[in-house]
Ligand binder design. Structure first.
Ligand code: P6P
Length: 338
């Protein structure tokens, strides 16, 4: 239930918990809030305006760019560039990092990585999509343009991360390392209201989210975990259930509220997994850990992986701790032939 505390008020209220905070991160989160409102507006009229469907170009992933993908990317980039807190952006929709080296960018403290519209192939069929963002303090010196090293930091260095889910309602969920808090957008007054303070994922769940169409090439341990779910009942005797929307933010958000696990292992099409480490797995893993869950690539903690490339992919297992532990055990006990 919303207690009418707005996102803006909450950011300021929580800022006081960081005596060293100079307000720049708060201002950066406010920029994201503004861009989220703008993208919300466009998504909610996508069916009425010629803004759905392919843009005709492809992004670096070789994926058909949806018009809203490009629109969301431009709006979030513009919101970041408009204030003095960000010196560069890495985006799923950009081949390389975008460096803000004009005057106000050079002395900015933060870099942001984002998937501006994850799950965008679902737009035309009116399925929820989302924006994912990840914020780091730059490691290059102030006064100079940011460089790629500022973006290739391990996920355990994030200062903030969040997602916006454009669903039956639009929600912004974020963490700055002090719990996970969810805000529901009220378009009639144009504010995000606190609706889910201190979100926590149940340690155990009965929902597993995976594209079973890729089964044939799953690692043996994943196949054994799926059979385990289909042939056993968890302690609370509720049978497992398969729920897969094909939109990470949607599956992740539902599992966080109800308990569950999202799995995207290596497949034939994606031998290293499909999900991108920097702007999908790292931010979602920071949030999941802050909510009491777990996130791994099947062997190691996602947040400890040292990135080597901007768009690198990793296998991804995220959700209720006991469920992720179980998958890791099956993978350990059933190593695949190299
Ligand atoms: P598949 C969307 O493209 C995405 O990155 C995630 O949001 C989603 O969970 C996954 O890919 C869907 O991939 O191969 O099952 O269609």
């Amino acid at each position: 239930m919303s207690d009418m505390r707005t996102l803006g008020e909450f950011i300021v209220e929580k800022q006081h918990e960081y005596p060293t905070a100079s307000g720049e991160l708060s201002s950066l989160l406010s920029s994201i809030r503004l861009a989220a409102k703008i993208v919300h507006r466009e998504i909610n009229k996508a069916g009425l305006v010629d803004i759905t469907g392919g843009f005709g170009s492809e992004n670096v992933q070789g994926e058909q760019q949806q018009k809203l993908d490009v629109y969301a990317n431009e709006k979030f980039k513009a919101a970041m560039a408009a204030r003095d807190q960000v010196c560069g952006v890495g985006s799923e929709e950009e081949d390389d990092v975008v460096i803000f080296d004009e005057a106000h960018g050079l002395n900015a403290k933060y870099v942001i990585l984002m998937d501006p519209l994850d799950g965008s192939s679902n737009i035309d069929v009116n399925v929820s999509v989302g924006t994912i963002f990840s914020i780091y303090r730059r490691i290059s010196p102030l006064g100079q343009p940011a460089n790629l090293d500022d973006f290739l930091q391990p996920g355990n260095k994030q200062v903030a991360a969040g997602y916006i889910i454009y669903g039956s309602s639009t929600m912004l969920v974020y963490t700055t390392g002090n719990g996970v808090h969810g805000f529901t957008y009220d378009p009639s007054i144009g504010v995000f209201c606190l609706s889910h303070e201190n979100m926590r994922i149940p340690e155990e769940g009965t929902i597993y989210s995976i594209n079973e169409g890729n089964y044939i090439k799953f690692p043996q341990g994943v196949k054994k975990y799926l059979k385990y779910c289909q042939e056993n009942e968890p302690e609370d005797n509720r049978p497992y259930t398969s729920r897969y929307i094909g939109s990470l933010v949607s599956d992740f958000h539902r599992n966080m509220l109800k308990g569950g696990i999202y799995l995207y292992p290596s497949t034939a099409a994606y031998p290293s997994g499909k999900l991108r480490l920097l702007y999908e797995c790292n931010p979602m893993s920071f949030i999941m850990e802050q909510a009491g869950g777990k996130a791994s690539d099947g062997k190691q903690r996602i947040l400890d992986i040292k990135p080597t490339e901007l768009h690198q992919r990793v296998p991804y297992f995220v959700g209720s701790t006991h469920m992720v532990d179980k998958v890791e055990a099956f993978l350990r006990d059933s190593p695949d032939q190299e």
